[in-house]
Design a protein around this ligand. Structure first.
Ligand SMILES: NC(=O)c1ccc[n+]([C@@H]2O[C@H](COP(=O)([O-])OP(=O)(O)OC[C@H]3O[C@@H](n4cnc5c(N)ncnc54)[C@H](OP(=O)(O)O)[C@@H]3O)[C@@H](O)[C@H]2O)c1
Length: 212
């Protein structure tokens, strides 16, 4: 199973740091290959990391674009054919640039929008509630940060859950993609509350009472 992460921003770095100990080869793409090469040099699991271009990243079986929603949709449309049959792990929240609101209407989600324009790709939502700082310390007061994994494709969802089973997060079956209408909006709420209480950007979810 070949996996790639696209983008070297806050989430790209966090996801690469989290996955790299558990996968043999993780391809990491940047628009600037020199930049990603330099980043990899500073990573503990650098032997597991391979710098690639955005185009080469499409060769993987599972692709994690760590891009803004405004950049993700054009990228998805442009690469529609190459994404056919692949698992696309969608971490995106469709927020305005100033985080004051959602860019989609009530009753919509980025995950469903992505699945709509990529009907032959298996879209699996994950990490949408995990703020980037949490990747540095995903366990708080002995509670693991939750990752809700969602998809309309049960097999793809189980594959992603199994990829994530070793990481120091609690991986929860989050049901269908339509649940992202709530999941994505919760992230905006988390942000507001964390800013109020002074712990932004160290904020995530832990649903109490689930025995896994
Ligand atoms: N920040 C969070 O805590 C958080 C939490 C949950 C979900 N998310 C979601 O994760 C996604 C990424 O967020 P982020 O905070 O990692 O964003 P970011 O730090 O701004 O990184 C985005 C990356 O996208 C790549 N990119 C490709 N085309 C671009 C363009 N035209 N302009 C700018 N960058 C471009 C860049 O990587 P290269 O230069 O290497 O190509 C850039 O580093 C967003 O959709 C967000 O909703 C974020």
């Amino acid at each position: 199973m070949k996996i790639s992460v696209i983008g070297t921003g806050r989430m790209g770095k966090g996801i690469v740091k989290t996955l790299s100990p558990y996968v043999e080869t993780l391809c990491w793409a940047s628009r600037n290959t020199e930049h990603v090469k330099n980043l990899i040099g500073g990573y503990e699991w650098k032997n597991h990391l391979l710098p690639v271009t955005y185009v080469d990243a499409l060769e993987a079986d599972m692709i994690i674009p760590a891009l803004w929603f405004r950049d993700l949709l054009p990228w998805a449309k442009e690469n529609h054919d190459k994404l056919t049959g692949k698992i696309l792990i969608d971490i995106v929240n469709p927020f305005t640039e100033d985080f004051s609101d959602f860019t989609l209407d009530w009753g919509q989600s980025a995950a469903e929008e992505l699945q709509r324009i990529l009907p032959a790709t298996k879209v699996v939502g994950a990490f949408k509630n995990t703020f980037f700082q949490v990747f540095n310390e995903p366990i708080y007061n002995e509670l693991k940060s939750d990752v809700y994994v969602t998809s309309d494709d049960e097999v793809a969802k189980k594959e992603v859950m199994s990829l994530l089973e070793s990481i120091p997060f609690r991986v929860i079956d989050g049901g269908n993609l339509s649940n992202n209408r709530i999941i994505e909006r919760i992230t905006l709420f988390e942000r507001e509350v964390a800013i109020r209480y002074g712990n932004y950007p160290y904020i995530s979810n832990h649903l109490f009472g689930i025995n896994i």
